[in-house]
Structure formats: structure tokens, C-alpha cells
Design a protein around this ligand. Structure first.
Ligand code: N6E
Length: 167
């Protein structure tokens, strides 16, 4: 698995008790779907720095403390690249969410999450994230809509499989 090409991405969820901030992706990968905030980790930053940067860029929110909550590996049939997505949570943040060119933010109650307008994997691992249970997961996709195989386990290693270290 370490021989495969890996793309390192982040996904950040801003929480209030009983509520979660989601963003409607307005362009690019996952356009038209609600999701957390995040994107590709750049060469000269840590995963955590990348997560904080994307949160500011995509919805204007600054979070000094992010809690690492999950690690998801996505594989797409006939694509050699593994997408390694690092999932973070925060209850402590500065600023009000603002709409940007990339995302339209909106608060959702925990029980009213729009799974039918989200990536199909989200409904499997959101329950762990919402309950602050650390998890690791794997999904094999065919195209963008079909999950051919997946697993989820409740645990998360201290360090990740990528060369970047979480600092
Ligand atoms: C396949 N199932 C999936 N389920 C849930 N979330 C998924 C996902 N696949 C990708 N994601 C997330 O979607 C964002 C894409 O980000 P993406 O637009 O590619 O990155 P970035 O903003 O750097 O791109 P550009 O600057 O536009 O190139 C990023 O948070 C990533 O974690």
C-alpha cells in the first residue's frame, strides 16, 4: 500500500453543541455536495497547517485547536492514486462563517444532515465523527456514486502513513 501514489487532503468540521457547519462546494471536486472544509495539503506545510489554512480560505473561520478525529483512505476503481483524507473537529473557533468562491456555509442540526446531497461515504462515518469517536476507514469507489467495498474501525493511530507528520 505504501508503494501507491497518495494525495493528502484535509477535512475540517466546525461544531456547536448539537450543530455542525457544512459547506456547499461551489466548484471542482465534489461540486454541488455538502461537506466539511478542506483540500490538498501543500508541499511546505504540515497536515494540520493545511487544515487550518483551508478552513480560513473556504469559510473565513480561524481555529487554533483542531482535534484529529479520523483518517479515511479513498480508492477509485482504475485510478492508481489513493486519497488520504485527515478529518478534524473543532468546537473552538474565531469568526462567523462567510460564503466564499469555493463554499457556501450553513449550520445543520445533528439530526438534519443532508446525506442525500453529500458524498455517499459520509453517512457511514459521520456517526463516529459526531460522537467524537476516533475512526479509520477505507472506501473503494466506482465512479463518484457507487461504493464497491468499505470498512470502518474505531481507533486511530498516533501517526499517519504519509511522510507528513501531524504537528
Ligand atoms: C470520495 N469521498 C469523499 N468523501 C468526503 N469528502 C471527500 C471525498 N473526496 C474528497 N473529499 C474532500 O473534498 C475536498 C476536496 O478538496 P479539493 O477541492 O480537491 O481540494 P482543494 O481545495 O485543495 O482544491 P483546488 O484548490 O480547487 O484544486 C477535501 O476536503 C476532501 O477531503
Amino acid at each position: 500500500m505504501s508503494e501507491r501514489l497518495r494525495k493528502i487532503l484535509t477535512l475540517v468540521f466546525v461544531r456547536e453543541p448539537g450543530k455542525i457547519l457544512l459547506g456547499l462546494k461551489k466548484r471542482g471536486f465534489g461540486c454541488g455536495l455538502w461537506n466539511g472544509f478542506g483540500g490538498k495539503v501543500e508541499k511546505n506545510e504540515t497536515i494540520l497547517q493545511g487544515a487550518k489554512r483551508e478552513l480560513v480560505e473556504e469559510c473565513g473561520i480561524q481555529a487554533d485547536v483542531l482535534e484529529r478525529i479520523g483518517l479515511i483512505n479513498f480508492e477509485f476503481e482504475n485510478d492508481p492514486v489513493i486519497m488520504e483524507v485527515h478529518v478534524f473537529l473543532t468546537f473552538h473557533y474565531i469568526g462567523d462563517p462567510v460564503e466564499t468562491e469555493e463554499m457556501k456555509p450553513e449550520w445543520y442540526k445533528d439530526g438534519e444532515i443532508p446525506f442525500n446531497q453529500m458524498w455517499p461515504d459520509d453517512k457511514y462515518w459521520f456517526p463516529y465523527m459526531l460522537q467524537k469517536r476516533k475512526f479509520e476507514a477505507y472506501f473503494l469507489f466506482k465512479g463518484m456514486d457507487t461504493i464497491l467495498d468499505y470498512w470502518i474501525k474505531e481507533s486511530l493511530n498516533d501517526c499517519c502513513s504519509s511522510v507528513n507528520k501531524i504537528i
